[in-house]
Design a protein around this ligand. Structure first.
Ligand code: KG4
Ligand code: ZN
Length: 333
């Protein structure tokens, strides 16, 4: 069965076709990230306009034959309300005019489905659940206990900034570029995290906080002497990245141990970070935990993860009608 996925929750206009929840037939992503660069963050008004201008082009580029499509899946939240509206209205228009069933998908759970796309082994719920899921993106950071993709419980989440947002803000403080994740990772490769140490707030439960470390970076950066600024920036980037990765790895493993769970699923834009990937695999192996990690092309926002998850959500709870409305702050609780 072929499912067409549509994703417009933030600054990526994405359409994909996925066969039987796993084989990605086409996956087109148009990002408006370049339009946001000079503002150091996503400007909702710009993102929405670009979605509107590009969504038809993205559909054409995906080479979809609507006659072959068994269902249309769309992200209905969480995200920017105007951005979600474009995808939801577009999906409803296609579904209504072509008489194709419509499936609504939660963006955070879709990120947690990304490790199962184009993977070498078949996705089988028996092999994966129960699992601890960790979403680490620009908008969210949280730990979720999943009995399956329809029965889950929030274990903890950030009390302030998301991890990706912290990368973006620290990159601005260090005068690097937007988005912050890739440039901090690159800068950190030339630095030494042991020369400039940072810590993230040590919260007792499974919640996170990344606002304090941002302020610590700001004060450290201000104290830099001009002569050694480049080296210092690289060391700060490395120290910051290490502190964030340390807390993410530590809490993910602690949540698995707490729930006596042997499976850990990761998703979200920050998983593109190779230092995080290396540390997460190392610590998971030490504890005998199996780690499900997305391929690089599925780390950031895409529609393949939406179409893939929808294959497993074909029931009354998830089929949607023309009254489907997006939900900006759709939460997992
Ligand atoms: O999942 P995503 O594409 O969008 C949201 O749903 O928010 O995540 C985007 C976030 C940005 O904050 C970006 O800086 C971060 O992912 N990111 C990274 C890396 N690549 C992207 N963070 C750390 N290291 C990276 N290599
Ligand atoms: Zn996302």
């Amino acid at each position: 069965m072929l499912i067409l996925g549509i994703e417009t929750s933030c600054d990526e206009t994405a359409i994909a076709v996925v066969e039987n929840g796993q084989r990605v037939i086409s996956n087109v992503v148009f990002s408006s990230v370049f339009s946001h660069k000079r503002f150091w963050g996503v400007v909702p008004e710009i993102a929405v306009r670009v979605h509107l201008q590009k969504i038809n082009w993205v559909l054409k580029k995906a080479g979809v034959n609507l006659k072959e499509i068994g269902a249309i899946a769309v992200t209905y939240g969480p995200g920017l309300i105007g951005a979600l509206l474009i995808g939801v209205c577009f999906a409803k228009g296609l579904a209504f005019s072509k008489k194709i069933p419509l499936i609504k998908v939660n963006h955070l759970l879709a990120h947690l489905y990304s490790p199962f796309l184009n993977s070498s082994s078949e996705f089988s719920p028996e092999g994966v659940f129960p699992a601890v899921g960790m979403v680490i993106s620009g908008g969210h950071t949280g730990l979720i206990y999943l009995r399956n993709f329809e029965d889950y419980q929030l274990l903890g989440q950030t009390r302030d900034d998301a991890a990706g947002e912290a990368f973006d803000k620290v990159a601005k403080i260090l005068n690097l570029a937007y988005p912050g994740g890739p440039v901090i990772e690159k800068s950190a490769l030339r630095g030494d995290g042991r020369r400039v140490r940072f810590n993230c707030a040590n919260l007792k439960d499974f919640d996170f906080s990344f606002s304090g470390i941002k302020t610590a970076v700001l004060y450290k950066a201000r104290r830099q002497k001009t002569e050694d600024r480049r080296q210092k920036t690289e060391d700060i980037a490395a120290g910051f990245q290490k502190a964030v990765v340390d807390v993410l790895v530590e809490k993910a493993i602690a949540a698995c141990l707490f729930k006596r769970c042997r499976n850990l699923i990761l998703g979200g834009g920050v998983t593109a970070n190779s230092y995080l990937k290396k540390e997460m695999f190392r610590k998971a192996a030490e504890q005998g935990i199996e780690l499900f990690y997305p391929l690089f092309q599925f780390c950031a926002d895409n529609a393949a993860m939406v179409a893939g998850l929808a294959y497993h959500l074909q029931n009354e709870k998830h089929f949607a009608g023309l009254d489907l409305t997006p939900c900006a702050d759709l939460i997992i609780d």
